[in-house]
Ligand binder design. Sequence first.
Ligand SMILES: Nc1nc2c(ncn2[C@@H]2O[C@H](COP(=O)(O)OP(=O)(O)OP(=O)(O)O)[C@@H](O)[C@H]2O)c(=O)[nH]1
Ligand SMILES: [Mg+2]
Length: 314
Amino acid sequence: METLTAQLLAGNKRALARALTIVEDGGKDACSVVRQLFPYSGKAHLIGITGSPGVGKSTLVDALVTEIRKADLKVAVIATDPTSPFTGGAILGDRIRMQAHTLDQNVFIRSMANRGHAGGTSLAIYDAVRMLEAFGYEIIIIETVGVGQTELSIAKTADTTILVLMPGSGDEIQAIKSGIMEIGDLFVVNKGDLPGAHKTASEISYSLELAQHFPGWTPPVLVSIAETGAGLDEIWQAVGKHRQYLLESGMLEERRKAKVAAELEELVSEIVRTNLKASLEHSHIQELLHQVLAREVDPHSAAENLIKELFGSN
Ligand SMILES: Nc1nc2c(ncn2[C@@H]2O[C@H](COP(=O)(O)OP(=O)(O)OP(=O)(O)O)[C@@H](O)[C@H]2O)c(=O)[nH]1
Ligand SMILES: [Mg+2]
């Protein structure tokens, strides 16, 4: 493992790819790699890109990578597909699209599915980001599909979250109004070449004015045509402004603290879940199950007994 991490730190991309597979699988090896590389992590700016299927996230990521390369920054992309980890179709399409960048030594693209971690993709992503940071990527983009709870927790991994919509995304606008979509630091109405893009953008701006989530930061609503790259320089500039805001307001620190708390909570629940599963197989706990079945002990008391058993506390 020492060799692998040394190679990764020396800029060996194959070592990076192996380290990513290891953290994706979770377990002891993942812990060991992370332990060694953690001191070198924490320096990149993380951009989360999320939105409903087909709004053009991958096309937008591709165009954003072009902008980032103009600024001569090293950039890595993690594409996740938590809703259908095994289809791979969309991911394959993304790979083909991204081919323009694959010859660029300073661009790295990786698809990740939920593999070893019982806690879901987000735990693996926290660690994947660390590997990429240790390798020296300055910007890391995380693309997630959808706006469900899992995706939201992945999006929260980011420093700047971009919510992508397209003209006529009525449901999403309703969600913004009702506060479900408070995660966006930046809103992008993509497919600006289609009718109604500016109308959609002003509806979003209006809903955001009503919501007012962050003091000192009004999320900009931008229109883009990812296919041609139109509007991408504004998006990249807005990311820069958001980063500046995060630094100056102390929000960057605050968000990262919240992320560490969320990660620890997930890690602890994962450990507890694993221990619990193993313990339920034990014969004297089987005994407890039988007592519940026989109506001798109620499930609430049984659960309390189990906790005492597992943690020696109440
Ligand atoms: N008209 C138009 N089409 C676009 C634009 N950007 C992307 N598309 C098209 O929209 C379709 C979906 O684009 P993707 O980039 O794969 O969208 P996605 O959000 O990543 O999709 P999933 O990952 O499957 O959720 C593709 O056919 C794109 O060519 C745009 O600016 N205008
Ligand atoms: Mg995509």
